[in-house]
Ligand binder design. Structure first.
Ligand SMILES: Nc1ncnc2c1ncn2[C@@H]1O[C@H](COP(=O)(O)OP(=O)(O)O)[C@@H](O)[C@H]1O
Ligand SMILES: N[C@@H](CCC(=O)OP(=O)(O)O)C(=O)O
Length: 372
């Protein structure tokens, strides 16, 4: 896969490392950010959906708090991140508003990308923001994330976010223009690798452990990110972000490394995951009308459900079958078993009066459904 094809994606996630956004003295590179905002505005104008994963909270916050140097202890880092995040969000809001783009801050933890319920909530919020033409600005929620449960680097976080949002391409803007056969800082003869078709032990071996002055990742976490993303059908482009207008440069053919997706598309990868990896926690028995609607590719509405079997939580996988026992589909339930029983056979407009709150309009959304 070449960069041009990967760049033609409809939904793009762009990850920005701390070293690009923040100088070693803790000040913001405003002109650079304005240039990137101009690039994002061009892509947005082409009808693309954009998600930004940005580092920089710790790098911006430590000096504001009066710390003498960039912190290394976790609680100092968390305090610096808390102070810096508000500056980071403001910087993005200012630069994107200046080019006419709407922003929204999304802070997530590792657990939010792992626990299915929270994952689905975050996914739904991102989808809604994109529907509203906003650019979600994502970072790790460093305040609540402790060492065992934190990403600590935004490379892997950005891959999880890209997968969560079913983005077709993730662009990692870094301080280097791609993967080399060894760390070029210590191996000046290292060669650039333009394309990675499979992340083999040889590729993993190329990544040294080096980190930048402000960053935490190095190449190891970029390869880990590429493994997560490509495994879920998302292409990854690693390129130099330090130049002015880095996304324009990429479109104009700047040097990069493209990691090709392992499966055909994020949508297919997600459906394969639902069909293959998830244990079934219950069954929804549906009427003939719902059965035909499902076969046409529709979501499952509460009205078409006759019976709910099993004990499942919201986000768990359930089988969908007819009263005659023909299994039609497998999908993720938008309600738990108790709620699903209350809603079975009822109209969508009645959901709020029955439950006392308004959740999803459908019991199983078509994106969360695989026909069997
Ligand atoms: N095989 C390799 N190819 C390219 N860069 C490598 C390699 N091994 C280690 N590195 C180092 O990884 C660095 C990029 O990671 P990092 O500085 O953490 O980026 P960011 O701040 O964008 O997260 C490069 O500057 C380089 O020194
Ligand atoms: N959440 C942290 C991210 C730190 C991080 O991953 O930095 P980098 O390796 O520069 O992407 C922050 O905003 O400071």
């Amino acid at each position: 896969m070449d960069a041009r094809l990967a760049l033609s994606a409809h939904r793009l996630t762009v990850k920005i490392g701390s070293a690009l956004l923040v100088r070693p003295d803790g000040s913001l590179r405003r002109d650079w950010l304005d240039g990137l905002a101009a690039d994002l505005a061009v892509l947005h104008g082409e009808g693309r959906e954009l998600i930004v994963v940005t580092s920089g909270a710790i790098a911006l916050g430590w000096r504001r708090l009066g710390m003498k140097k960039r912190p290394v202890k976790l609680d100092d880092k968390q305090a610096a991140a808390a102070a810096g995040q508000i500056m980071l969000a403001r910087a993005w809001e200012d630069s994107l508003a200046a080019v006419g783009l709407k922003t929204a801050q999304v802070l997530v933890t590792l657990a939010d990308t792992e626990a299915r319920r929270r994952y689905l909530n975050a996914r739904a919020t991102l989808a809604k923001l994109l529907e509203h033409q906003a650019v979600p600005i994502v970072n790790e929620n460093d305040t609540v994330a402790t060492s065992e449960i934190r990403f600590g680097d935004n490379d892997r976080l950005s891959a999880r976010v890209a997968v969560m949002a079913s983005a077709e391409t993730l662009i990692l803007l870094s301080d280097i223009d791609g993967l080399y056969t060894a760390d070029p800082r210590s191996h000046p003869d290292a060669r650039h690798v333009p394309e990675v078709r499979a992340i083999t032990p040889e590729i993993i071996g190329m990544a040294g452990g080096a980190v930048s002055h402000a960053g935490t990742g190095g190449m190891v976490t970029k390869i880990a990110a590429a493994t997560i993303a490509t495994g879920a059908g998302c292409a990854v482009i690693l390129t130099q972000g330090a130049r002015e207008r880095p996304l324009k440069a990429l479109q104009d053919g700047a040097r990069c490394t493209v990691f090709a997706p392992v499966t055909t598309s994020p949508r297919r990868a997600r459906k394969d995951w639902i069909a293959g990896s998830l244990g079934v926690m219950g069954t929804l028995v549906v009427d003939d009308g719902a059965a035909s609607a499902l076969k046409r590719g529709s979501s499952l509405l509460p009205a078409g459900v006759r019976l709910v079997e099993g004990a499942f939580e919201r986000g768990d996988a359930v089988l969908i079958r007819t009263a005659a026992g023909i299994v039609l589909a497998k999908g993720l339930s938008a309600y738990d078993a108790h709620e699903a029983r209350l809603l079975a056979g009822k109209r969508t407009q009645e959901i709020e009066s029955i439950l006392g709150w308004r959740g999803r309009d459908v019991l199983v959304h078509r994106d969360d459904l695989v026909l069997l």
